[in-house]
Design a protein around this ligand. Structure first.
Ligand code: SF4
Ligand code: SF4
Length: 312
């Protein structure tokens, strides 16, 4: 009997669903083992019955529920609670679901500021005030999934690497619990570390890092943090390289942005990165702003509107 799977997307861009498509030929193996009973990215399945005949949301029961995206409005919350009641196992797919992701950057603003910015400024629309019922009301913040429902399996990544997704799915199909890497991006990065860099100030990533030639192997290039670039590798969970292991951005000689979220699920990348910068001899005051250290992990109340804004 195939395993029944329900999939939902909440406050997300649908990029995580690409991890499913990117399974390539392995998708054929997966499709032999699962039966998708609900997957809006592929199949038109209405929440209130196909003709709108039901009074309540009705998603079919499934053994596995996959949810991408965090929870930003009342509809997301209702669907997440319903999925939890219908699915035996819930997978939080992608960093928006595990830690809020990019949309949680908005958590440094009040809802009123967001609405004003989006609906009443710089518009080319003749009738810009369109934010009214039946648009689902916004919650006070963008939440990670586990702030509203219990989550069984976390698969971070923006998007998660298809190798990891495949590994997790096959483990679940065999009745095992998938395990996440417990190391940091630095632990899987082949660049050369020589100790503290010479720079005491961060450099903006406007120029290429130093390496001799494009053919020079990565294990000959000096660590980007030691070259003075803001590389979030020390505080970011490994895994983005999939089976190849080499972190994806570093393979392109670009600093890690932190898209796999903190190494420990409840870590605080902002505090941990400030610590890493200081240990590397970099003056943290040379950071133009701190919010970007929580670029992917602003849920769990890590990013909040400033006190000044709240009071004004
Ligand atoms: S800080 Fe960046 S470049 Fe340096 S080891 Fe870590 S991931 Fe690699
Ligand atoms: S190197 Fe960092 S930002 Fe780049 S894909 Fe990996 S975790 Fe994400």
């Amino acid at each position: 009997m195939p395993v029944t799977v329900a999939s939902e997307w909440l406050n997300s861009c649908s990029g995580c669903e690409i991890a499913l498509v990117d399974l390539g030929e392995r998708l054929l193996d997966v499709l032999n083992l699962v039966e998708f009973v609900h997957i809006p990215v592929l199949l038109d399945h209405k929440y209130f019955g196909q003709t709108g005949e039901k009074k309540h949301v009705d998603i079919p029961e499934a053994q596995v529920g996959i949810i991408s995206g965090g929870i930003r409005n009342e509809e997301h919350k209702e669907i997440a609670l319903h999925m939890r009641s219908r699915c035996q196992i819930i997978i939080a797919l992608g960093t928006c679901a595990t830690h809020g992701g990019i949309p949680a950057l908005a958590n440094s603003f009040l809802v009123s500021e967001i609405v004003e910015r989006c609906f009443t400024t710089e518009t080319t629309d003749d009738n810009p005030r369109t934010f009214e019922a039946p648009v689902p009301p916004l919650l006070d913040a963008c939440y990670a999934l586990d702030e509203h429902i219990p989550v069984d399996v976390y698969l971070p990544g923006c998007p998660p690497h298809p190798d990891q997704f495949y590994e997790a799915l096959t483990a679940l199909l065999q009745g095992a619990t998938p395990e996440l890497p417990t190391k940091s991006v630095c632990d899987t990065c082949p660049t050369v570390r020589e100790g503290k860099g010479k720079l005491s100030k961060l450099r903006r990533f406007l120029h290429n890092p130093h390496y001799r030639s494009p053919d020079e192997p990565l294990d000959k290039m000096r660590c980007l943090l030691e070259q003075g670039f803001l590389c979030m590798g020390p505080v970011t969970r490994a895994g983005c390289g999939g089976d190849a292991k080499t972190p994806r951005c570093l393979a392109a000689r670009v600093p890690c942005r932190g898209c796999y979220g903190p190494v420990r699920h409840d870590g605080n990348p902002m505090l941990e990165m400030l610590n890493a910068l200081a240990s590397n001899g970099i003056d943290v005051k040379s950071l133009p702003e701190f919010t970007s250290l929580l670029r992917f992990a602003g849920a769990h109340r890590l990013l909040r509107p400033s006190r000044q804004r709240k009071e004004s």
